[in-house]
Design a protein around this ligand. Structure first.
Ligand SMILES: *Cc1c(COP(=O)(O)O)cnc(C)c1O
Length: 378
């Protein structure tokens, strides 16, 4: 008998009444985009939430990342290399490449899968201009070591914080690290505006430039200062964000409950490695990564198939490694980042969203526990 399907993710939404109340004024104002009231309100709410002086909203996180590189002027001198991780979503590397920069991959740490500062240091050349680390799965990078390296080598740091909205260390929100942090508010992320993204930073000089950049470079009706582009978040997306933000803490709490149930169920199984945040980290429980080690009786791919047969969606997140993708592999060699390559072949992210029931978590863990005991029945 086929069980009910369990998706790997499910978008958070406010009640329809709450959303309608939020968008209703738009029928009066007829102001649908161009940094309207909802856009301003959401930027203000996010400045408070993220503990930063400046927030700029975007149509999506990827556009925000490209914009960050452009307004920082990366590549405008002879330095075009950007050190980043191959263990991420394609967006990170695409943004680097699409803005005329060259991604240089540094390996990750085996404990939390974030970029290894020692490997960053080893990859620095005369041509390095920036570091683009990723708080992968919401795991905070080694921000202190990275800040130290950047300062000693005069490099910019732009964090891809797409997974990390709501993450804090010792009470300091993750948006406070680096020159800029990019967040994605895509439908599948912990906090969503349907599609959307933001740059968070503290340099007030950048705010006006970015606001102009995302609006064609328009300074005033008769002055266009830059060959800018159009990346503005519209009022409906901002309104969705205002609603979802009200429920964020509650949603993270529910994700926490599901995650802890996974940990309880899976931590006793030999050959399974879980990723738990250090004590000073307030996690956002964005993903549920599970790594299958050598002593687990079956491979990651076999677990993936067994779950799929039970109607359970899991994702090989991130596989293939970016440096093995068709659009990068001719110029990169994944054997230079052996830890990332190994993790990529062993990791699976299990279903996780606020409304995932504990019963469903138990059902998923049962399938995995069974494989752990007897191997895959053939
Ligand atoms: C989602 C994501 C992005 C891109 O964000 P969009 O809002 O979808 O454009 C970038 N980097 C990482 C690591 C992501 O997961």
């Amino acid at each position: 008998m086929p069980h009910d399907q369990i998706a790997v993710t499910r978008s958070s939404m406010p009640s329809i009444e709450e959303l309608i109340a939020e968008i209703e004024p738009l029928w009066e104002s007829r102001w649908l985009t161009n940094m309207g009231e909802k856009h301003q309100e959401l930027e203000k709410a996010l400045r408070e939430r993220c503990g930063v002086d400046e927030v700029c909203l975007f149509i999506n996180g990827h556009a925000a990342l490209e914009c960050a590189f452009e307004v920082l002027g990366l590549g405008s001198d002879s330095r075009r290399q950007v050190i980043t991780t191959p263990f991420t979503f394609a967006s990170t590397t695409h943004a680097i490449s699409r803005t005329g920069l060259e991604p240089v991959f540094a390996d990750i740490k085996p404990d939390d899968y974030t970029i290894d500062p020692a490997q960053i240091e080893a990859a620095i050349t005369e041509e390095t201009c920036a570091i683009v680390p990723v708080h992968v799965y919401g795991n905070l990078c080694d921000v202190d070591a990275i800040a130290d390296i950047a300062q000693r080598h005069h490099l910019k740091v732009v964090y891809d914080a797409a997974h990390a909205f709501g993450v804090e260390r010792a009470g300091i929100p993750c948006a406070c690290y680096g020159d800029l942090s990019m967040f994605s508010f895509h439908a599948t992320k912990v906090f969503n505006t349907i599609e959307g993204g933001a740059l968070c930073f503290s340099d007030p000089a950048l705010k006006m430039k970015i606001d102009q950049w995302k609006n064609f470079g328009i300074v005033d009706p008769e002055t266009i200062a830059y060959i800018g582009t159009n990346l503005k978040m519209n009022e409906f997306c901002a309104a969705m964000g205002l609603c979802n933000l009200r429920h964020l803490d509650e949603e993270i709490e529910k994700r926490k409950r599901a995650t802890e149930r996974y940990w309880d169920n899976l931590s006793g199984i030999a050959g399974i490695k879980l990723s738990m945040p250090p004590a000073d980290i307030k996690s956002n429980y964005a993903y549920m990564p599970v790594l299958f080690e050598n002593d687990f009786p079956v491979s990651r791919d076999e677990v993936f198939v067994a779950l799929a047969e039970e109607g359970i969606g899991a994702r090989k997140y991130f596989y293939p490694l970016i440096s093995d993708l068709a659009c990068y592999r001719d110029h990169h060699d994944s054997s230079s980042t052996p830890i990332a390559r190994d993790v990529s072949s062993r990791i699976l992210t299990l279903p996780l969203f606020a409304d995932l029931s504990l019963t469903d978590v138990d059902r998923i863990c049962c399938v995995i526990a069974k494989l752990g005991r007897i191997g895959r029945r053939r």
